[in-house]
Write a protein that binds this ligand. Sequence first.
Ligand code: NI
Length: 164
Amino acid sequence: MALRTILVEGNPTLNKVSRPVVKFDDRLHVLLDDMVETLRDANGVGLAAPQVGILRRVVIVDTGEEILELINPQIVEQSGEQVGLEGCLSVPGKYGIVTRPNVVKVRAQDREGLWYEAEGEGLIARAFCHELEHLDGHLYTEKAERFLTQEELEAMYQEDEEEE
Ligand code: NI
């Protein structure tokens, strides 16, 4: 396994539409393993293949219990609404307020090509929406209602330190 470089906002690859995965081969498995390692190293919740420069419809989301590997994912059901804080490993140091559905069900293939469904609530539902948008070349910054100010950011980092 190896760490991959995470592309940052401004890199044109992040604005491109990713292609479906058709081969569930070793190359895909290496990509997934590398993405898991990269996500853990960056302490993130989710990562999409275009963020590491691969324009394929591959996403991983860490639910806290397991890492879901979502290949060719689609949202099949969504309900409710949540308004909350969102960030992105490709937009370091920035956080915005984004409205998302509160419960989201996705249908995707696993690393062997088998279809399955996964349902997420709250943060996980938010991650599903956020990561799937990366596959169509969109960043959350396009839909953020506003961004945290420097003061709000400092207060947030301070709270994090107090919790630790
Ligand atoms: Ni992101």
